[in-house]
Design a protein around this ligand. Structure first.
Ligand code: PHE
Length: 393
């Protein structure tokens, strides 16, 4: 080889090496730490800050507790599970960003979350484009798993849906509270609240009741008094307020300040330790909401969960925590049955979830990827959430 041609070869080789470093070919793509390389990575897209922050924080606590127990018992299919957490800041656009990062950057094989229906709906197209399954612990709007009559292939949930929850509360109003008239005050910025309001109205009318007023508010509103004055003037025996604790707390408080004394009722979105903080114990007398689970339920699996959770976090688990725990069990169960951590195989196994005993009940997913589960009605008594009744589907 002449001197000239060997220089040529050396330069060519150097160039090729540079290209391979820049594009990442030739290496095994990521220089992941060897210890973590064998782990299964699951993502969490939850509301950790913003207007629904207690929802995401509780969900995350529940998921972490489940994974701690599962990993301590040896993990699943011989591997440990790592949770990669992303905060969607309680905003739909941030939820799209969060799931994009989890799937494309962190390469998770399945995603837990989001909590709310709007934030879950915003994450769904990204999961579908990348063929990675997601499982919302708590999003109850029917469109989360079915849109225009078509089941969304990669969308799953661990909770009941709003057509059930809305009917539960309409019947509770008509039969248990024995009221004949109701006003509806709905969070217009939430897919969940709008859907739930509609079901409640239809079911309440079916049960013989009359809707005497219908008003709307937006998330981050602070002053509800003008609208509440209008609502009060229509003399409703109860006010149904589908929404989340930040606004609901203020609405309940301001309604009492306007001397509305009737029962106020709502859905699962009321479930937060912040509700009592915002509204105050007194204002919350005579209020009721539907939920997925009650911490004072005597079911042995609930008792055991509440005990371990309290030991871990020094607080009583709300429904979000229970369902964060349950959703994690569902994904791990699917990985186990699939005997694989490939997203497509996890998806297929998730769709076959059957008779899985979890804290909030026994989960069998129907053809629409929805579990059929009972609901509870909670009464807020002395600032405490007290189990009132359980309603089976
Ligand atoms: N069901 C609510 C939604 O779909 C979320 C939620 C569930 C909030 C449970 C609190 C408790 O938006």
């Amino acid at each position: 080889m002449s001197k000239k041609s060997s220089v040529y070869w050396i330069l060519t080789l150097a160039f090729l090496m540079m290209v391979s470093v820049l594009t990442g070919c030739g290496s095994d793509k990521k220089p992941a730490a060897p210890a973590a390389a064998a782990d299964i990575k699951i993502g969490a897209n939850w509301e950790l800050t913003g207007g629904q922050a207690t929802f995401g924080q509780s969900s995350l606590n529940g998921a972490k507790l489940a994974l701690k127990e599962i990993n301590a018992a040896g993990g699943v299919i011989g591997k440990k599970i790592t949770l990669v957490v992303a905060d969607n800041k309680s905003e739909p656009s941030e939820s799209t960003n969060a799931i994009t990062k989890l799937i494309t950057q962190d390469k998770v094989v399945a995603v837990l979350g989001a909590v709310t229906s709007s934030n879950t709906l915003a994450a769904s197209p990204v999961a579908h484009a990348n063929k990675v399954p997601f499982l919302s612990n708590t999003a109850t709007n029917p469109r989360v798993t079915v849109e225009n009559g078509k089941v969304k292939e990669f969308a799953f949930r661990a909770c009941f849906i709003d057509p059930f929850q809305g009917t539960v509360m309409a019947n509770f109003a008509a039969k248990s509270l024995k009221v004949k008239t109701a006003a509806v005050y709905v969070d217009q910025s939430s897919d969940y609240a709008k859907g739930l309001a509609q079901v409640f109205e239809e079911s309440f009318i079916k049960a013989g009741g009359k809707i005497v007023a219908k008003e709307a508010y937006l998330q981050k509103d602070k002053d509800f008094k003008a609208t509440l004055t209008k609502i009060k003037a229509s003399n409703p025996e109860t006010i149904f307020i589908p929404g989340y604790y930040e606004e609901v707390g203020l609405i309940v408080k301001q309604a009492r300040e306007l001397s509305y004394t009737g029962p106020m009722i709502g859905g699962d979105g009321w479930d937060s330790p912040k509700l009592v903080e915002i509204a105050g114990k007194e204002a919350l007398k005579n209020t009721f909401f539907s939920n997925h689970y009650a911490a004072d339920d005597k079911d042995p699996s609930v008792v055991k969960f509440v005990e371990t959770y309290k030991k871990e976090y020094n607080q009583t688990p709300d429904a979000l925590a229970a369902l964060g725990y349950d959703a994690t069990l569902m994904i791990v169960d699917a990985i186990k049955r699939a005997n694989s951590a490939e997203p497509q195989k996890i998806r297929d196994a998730l769709a076959q979830t059957k008779n899985l005993k979890v804290v909030s009940g026994v989960i069998t997913l129907d053809a629409n990827h929805n579990p059929v589960k009972s609901a509870v009605v909670i009464e807020v008594k002395d600032g405490k959430l007290v189990f009132k009744e359980k309603i089976d589907p």
